[in-house]
Design a binder for this molecule. Structure first.
Ligand code: GUN
Length: 293
């Protein structure tokens, strides 16, 4: 068999970020204001704060102006809703992102539903999810959009191919299934999840296998068709006393076990992860351009 190709998500993400930077620069050269993103961070969850710093830095590099609005973790739901409404009404703000998770006393659903769908660069609002499902132009959440971009740039054919998505979350599994089965993309899609029986019989049929179930090393060689494209969405912390921080990041795929069986495979880290910020930037530019109004 020909050698497995490891898909370099960092390189693809960098290429997308460069394209966005060029498009932003053209947009500004036409006399338009720089795209503007508002990022709302509630509390000081260390992982969230770190994601938000990453989004800030990448925005600056792409010529996207971002402002981070930090609020105390005790902010009331009503006060946070007011902030969202203020950002909705602010003509200078193109995109709004409320970093999740939110504190327990705040309903994430109520906050997401309050965001103007035309500014919903996360693609979490039900209007955008619904539009995606019926094939209308919509903001698509960053992780599934990033996976489609990786598949496309790796030259992986989808038309008439069997795609199996393991995981049914609202932000990855379900929107990804919708994208893969979209008219024009034309994959045949099966969605499996934690309760699926004899799951390996289904995954073994996959030409494209996407693991987004949140269990380290869940996908093993016996679950993979020879030559399949294997996309790993998992970011799981696994205890590792040999690391200074005490853990390492592991995907949902047992990479070493699957490597020689797959035709293409994404590593963790350095696969799907880096794509998310790149797609957020692209969504922010689209918001500025009024793409989904
Ligand atoms: N928390 C972890 N990932 C994300 C994301 O993509 N968007 C938001 N808003 N919060 C997150």
């Amino acid at each position: 068999m020909t050698q497995t190709r490891i898909i370099d998500g960092r390189a693809v993400a960098q290429a997308v970020r460069e394209e966005v930077r060029e498009e932003v620069s053209t947009w500004i050269a036409q006399g338009r204001p720089a795209p503007r993103l508002a990022v709302v961070l509630v509390g000081n969850h260390p992982a969230s704060a770190s994601y938000v710093r990453g989004k800030r830095k990448a925005s600056a590099e792409a010529g996207v102006e971002s402002e981070t609005l930090v609020r105390d973790e005790n902010i009331s739901e009503e006060a946070l809703l007011d902030l969202v409404r203020t950002l909705n009404a602010d003509q200078e703000i193109d995109g709004i992102l409320v970093q999740l998770p939110l504190p327990e006393h705040i309903s994430e659903k109520r906050i997401i539903h309050a965001i103007d769908p035309a500014k919903d660069v996360d693609g979490f609002h039900p209007e955008n999810v619904g539009r995606l499902l019926i094939g209308d132009p919509a903001f698509v959440s960053a992780t599934p959009a990033g996976i489609m971009e990786l598949l496309s740039r790796a030259g992986i054919a989808l038309r008439g191919q069997r795609a199996v998505v393991v995981g049914r979350s609202n932000i990855v599994g379900k929107p990804l299934a919708a994208l893969l089965m979209q008219r024009g993309t034309d994959a045949t899609v099966t969605v499996c999840h934690s309760r699926t029986q004899r799951i390996e019989e289904i995954t073994r049929e996959a030409d494209i296998l996407v693991a987004a179930i949140g269990r380290a090393g869940f996908v093993t060689r016996n679950m993979v068709k020879p030559g399949a494209a294997v996309i790993d969405v998992g970011i799981n912390r696994v205890e590792d006393p040999t690391r200074a921080r005490g853990y390492r990041l592991a995907g949902d795929v047992d990479f070493d076990d699957v490597l020689e069986q797959a035709g293409h495979i994404t590593p963790v880290p350095g696969g799907v992860g880096p794509m998310t910020i790149a797609m957020l930037l692209r969504n922010t530019l689209a918001a500025a351009q009024g793409a989904y109004r």
